[in-house]
Write a protein that binds this ligand. Structure first.
Ligand code: 1CP
Length: 334
């Protein structure tokens, strides 16, 4: 069993380290491939290259887990929406066609994403058995933000879109949940052993809607995974002290803190769950001394507990890979 799966399922304390967005933009070896492959979706569907990118941070830093190089927006893509990524800008989606979206068959959906599953197969063969291969999905709410084009900027969304009387919100969420469960099953069958669920925009949901838009959809997906013995890590980013309620309702195996959660608060309030992450991705822009002191705070707080070392959000494109290396070395020798 992989190191991460063991920590999550057996709740044992052992060293385990990986970084969100570890396969990507801050690595020159990724930039090289990206420049040669201007179409990002095509790159995600190139199984050989996707596998190579997945393994890049493992080769560089010998991390305990690899996360498959793909994107949460591959699901709207497989549901028929056109997705464009302008280099160094956010993604852009074409208008959704809800009728065809609701009618995409399981076979059609799986066929469109089959290169992702192939990339997982290739990667699993190349990875040492002790290393985990993580697959991921975007939670329904976070996908809806993109599908319905609700994002105004980094911190604001246009929630009024949901009030459109023609929008069959419950049916759409239901369809998303069933496709996401299928995507999870396909990825596990291909060789992944842990699923991370990114609800990156959960913090933008108004209080009165958090149950319907965040807790319940996450809970349904986690229930599906539990029934199928698939370990899950949830990341309801930005919901503050509602992390406690989220954890009690959704009951994932692991929960990823964002950098705004006090680790001591998390330790006393998040029970029966493995804690992961929390360290701000900004620490890579500070001195080594400050970086190590911040990292020590997390390691010491969760000493003796099953804690997975990681960040509070993804590595930023401007991060110096040598700095990451020094943090990994520090963690290994601690
Ligand atoms: O190492 C890894 O983490 C694997 C690859 C990975 C993951 C896990 C990518 C590749 N994307 C994701 C998840 C993802 N994608 C999330 C959830 C995590 C998070 O909050 O960071 C989200 C919100 C997206 C959507 C997305 N895709 C964005 C964010 C845009 C926004 O609204 O702020 C962006 C910029 C992308 C493109 C993308 N995905 C991945 C990479 C390496 C890139 C950059 C592509 C490029 O070179 O232009």
């Amino acid at each position: 069993m992989s190191n991460l799966k063991k920590v999550l399922l057996e709740k044992v304390s052992c060293k385990s380290i990986w970084f969100m967005r570890q396969a990507g933009r801050y690595l020159p070896e990724f930039q090289k491939i990206r420049t040669e492959n201007p179409d990002f979706i095509k790159l995600c569907l190139n199984s050989e290259l996707s596998s190579e990118i997945t393994l890049q941070p493992i080769k560089r830093f010998n991390l305990d887990s690899a996360i498959i190089f793909s994107d949460i927006l591959m699901v709207p893509y497989a549901l028929g929406q056109n997705v464009f990524f302008n280099k160094n800008e956010g993604p852009e989606l074409s208008d959704h066609q809800l009728d065809s979206f609701m009618n995409v068959s399981e076979k059609n959906f799986s066929d469109k994403l089959s290169p992702v599953y192939k990339a997982i197969e290739i990667t699993r063969k190349k990875l040492n058995k002790e290393k985990s291969l993580i697959s991921f999905i975007g939670a329904p709410w976070t996908l809806l933000v993109y599908i319905l084009k609700m994002k105004k900027n980094k911190n604001e969304i246009n929630i009024k879109v949901l009030e459109d009387s023609n929008l069959k919100l419950e049916e759409i969420i239901h369809k998303l949940i069933s496709c996401l469960c299928l995507h999870i099953k396909n990825q596990i069958n291909a060789g992944s052993d842990v699923i991370q669920i990114f609800d990156s925009w959960a913090g933008l949901i108004p209080n009165e809607r958090i149950n319907k838009l965040c807790y319940l959809p996450n809970a349904k997906i986690v229930d599906f995974c539990r029934e199928n013995k698939i370990p899950t890590i949830c990341f309801p980013k930005g919901i503050g002290e509602k992390f406690k309620e989220f954890n009690e309702i959704v009951r994932p195996d692991g929960i990823n803190l964002d950098q705004h959660i006090d680790p001591l608060w998390a330790k006393s309030n998040l029970k029966n769950v493995v804690i992961q992450g929390g360290l701000s991705p900004d620490i890579f822009f500070k001195s080594d001394k400050e970086m190590i002191s911040e990292a020590t705070k997390y390691i010491e707080t969760f000493k003796g507990l099953p804690y997975v070392f990681n960040l509070g959000h993804g590595l930023l494109p401007e991060t110096d890979p040598d700095k990451v290396k020094r943090l990994v070395n520090f963690y290994r020798s601690y």
